[in-house]
Design a protein around this ligand. Structure first.
Ligand code: HEM
Length: 499
């Protein structure tokens, strides 16, 4: 017989009451979707449906779509998330009702993101509009043309390192392209030559690696127990490596001072932001001016450009190279297009690069099958009825990008890598609301054109003289953790092209 500790009846009553309250707290929000009449998988106390995607988030989303249709409810911890896989509904959320109702993303433990909390990805409503309209001119084609020669120089620098040390080996491709992405971002943002390509062990490179080493457990704890945010704050726990964040914040501050003191003309992103600097006092009683950035906001945007741009570009490039290694016929066709446009050692011009149709198609197709950002999110800021569904204020709405990109209703042979489907005369009608590698609507990726230019440049420079193939360490297919991050590095082999 089990003997229970000898507590008084009152103590036992209190223990049972506390446990019941705890359990109630763990399942309290779970009738949210029942009330809305939206189906979905059964959540577990506290963790919601987060562990359902342990075997692979794509598989989980697919199963949900098959079982519940285009709209279902799932739970990140205790937080409800309304998933929408219907392009018409997504058009309403991401485009038509963006300004009125779905302007913002989920603001999650903002105080734990340090200087990133003023970054464009996190800010809301009028503040977001002001920051976005101030920063957008950084990415006009005029600006991109100014940056173009720098991008070409860094591409050449990276390609040189292949012949020196990487031929015939199993290469971690994300790591390989990361130094190029870093050097390009730092140069375009601050006009500094970080040269991480040739100095992989510099303090800057090491701090950068530390910064991107996310620990998953704090995210998990915060989803399950959101009320622990103040506790995290109190004990100084940040979601990013605090030491590295401080290092980069100080560095960006220094760049800003140097730009202000230096009278020579810079054409970088930081300069444009400095030119539109306003004082905190210009924002009166929360009434936003239409343009301008305060000092902390400038530093936050610089941070977001550097790291947001760096990691997404490296990951996307790694997936494109992987897709080409798995599809040698596509690779050959692309190399032919490159040879025709840019014969060996000839310079690359902005117009010709941006007009390479097959290259564009290959990149689009790779981003369809392996999107870098596999979920978009918006928060509903007022009650709204869409397609007969009443969405209450405060609901987080998610777009399952992977599911949409592989939905046979919108793509022929969706699992096949077929760049031609994106060509103008393919006959395949692409639904623009079923394809969103850079997001959709007014809140889509502000750096898209810049990212495309940077990726096209390195792909052309690399494939003019080199080829890529799978090797013994290449995993097919790639496996992802529950946050859609590959479980293992993408490894490929490089060789020199036979001419
Ligand atoms: C291949 C590389 C990239 C990919 C795949 C990518 C993807 C995305 C996606 C999916 C979003 C969310 C869009 C939405 O919610 O609708 C986004 C937002 C954003 N991206 Fe990118 N991105 C890339 C490169 C860049 C670069 C190079 C920069 C800056 C230099 C940048 C800056 C931003 C910013 C600031 C936002 C937030 C926009 C806003 O809230 O208004 N991205 N990106």
């Amino acid at each position: 017989m089990i003997s229970l500790p000898l507590f008084s009846t009152t103590t036992w009553t209190l223990i049972v009451l506390a446990l019941t309250l705890l359990l109630l707290c763990g399942i309290w929000p779970y009738n949210f979707f029942k009330k809305m009449g939206v189906p979905g998988p059964r959540p577990w106390p506290f963790v919601g449906t987060m562990l359902h995607s342990y075997a692979g988030p794509l598989l989980f989303e697919r199963k949900c779509k098959e079982k519940y249709g285009d709209v279902w409810g799932q739970f990140d911890g205790r937080a409800p998330l309304l998933m929408i896989a219907d392009p018409d509904l997504l058009k309403a959320v991401l485009v038509k009702e963006c300004y009125s109702t779905f302007t913002n993303r989920r603001v999650f433990a903002k105080e734990l993101f340090g200087p990133l909390k003023d970054g464009m990805t996190m800010v809301e409503d009028d503040k977001w509009k002001r920051i976005r309209s101030t920063v957008s001119p950084s990415f006009t084609s005029g600006r991109l043309r100014q940056i173009f020669p720098i991008v070409e120089r860094y591409a050449d620098r990276l390609v040189k390192t292949i012949d020196e040390k990487l031929l015939g080996q199993s290469v971690d491709v994300k790591k390989f392209v990361a130094s190029y992405s870093m050097d390009v971002m730092a140069s375009a943002a601050f006009s500094v030559d970080t040269d991480t390509t040739n100095n992989p062990e510099s303090t800057l490179s090491i701090q950068l690696k530390n910064l991107l080493k996310f620990k998953i457990w704090p995210f998990f704890v915060l989803f399950v127990l959101p009320f622990t945010v103040p506790l995290f704050s109190l004990i100084g726990l940040s979601l990013m490596n605090k030491h590295s964040v401080d290092f980069f914040y100080k560095l960006i501050k220094r760049f800003k001072h140097e730009h202000k003191d230096d009278k020579s003309v810079h054409s970088d992103f930081l300069q444009l932001m400095i030119e539109s600097e306003i004082q905190e006092s210009d924002i009166k009683d929360g009434v936003e001016p239409s343009k301008g950035l305060t000092d902390p906001e400038i530093l936050s945007q610089a941070f977001i450009f550097l790291f947001g741009g760096y990691d997404t570009t490296s990951t996307t490039l790694a997936y494109i190279l992987y897709s080409m290694a798995l599809n040698p016929d596509v690779l050959r066709t692309l190399q032919h297009e490159i040879d025709v446009n840019f014969p060996k050692d000839s310079p690359v011009s902005y117009e010709a690069l941006m007009n390479m149709e097959y290259l564009d198609n290959v990149m689009s197709e790779s981003m369809r099958l392996l999107p870098t950002a596999p979920r978009l999110e918006r928060v509903c800021k007022k009650n709204i009825r869409l397609n007969g569904i009443d969405i209450p204020k405060g609901t987080v709405v998610g777009a399952p990008v992977n599911c949409l990109h592989r939905d046979p209703r919108y793509w022929s042979s969706p699992e096949v890598f077929k760049p031609e489907r994106f060509s103008k005369d393919s006959g395949e009608d692409i639904n623009p609301y079923a394809y969103m590698p850079f997001g959709l609507g007014p809140r889509n990726c502000v750096g898209m054109r810049f990212a495309l230019m940077v990726m096209k440049m390195i792909l052309v420079r690399f494939l003019q003289d080199h080829s890529v193939e799978t090797c013994k360490d290449t995993l097919v297919p790639l496996e992802f953790n529950m946050f859609f991050i590959p479980k293992n590095p993408v490894k490929l082999k490089f060789s020199r092209r036979e001419m």
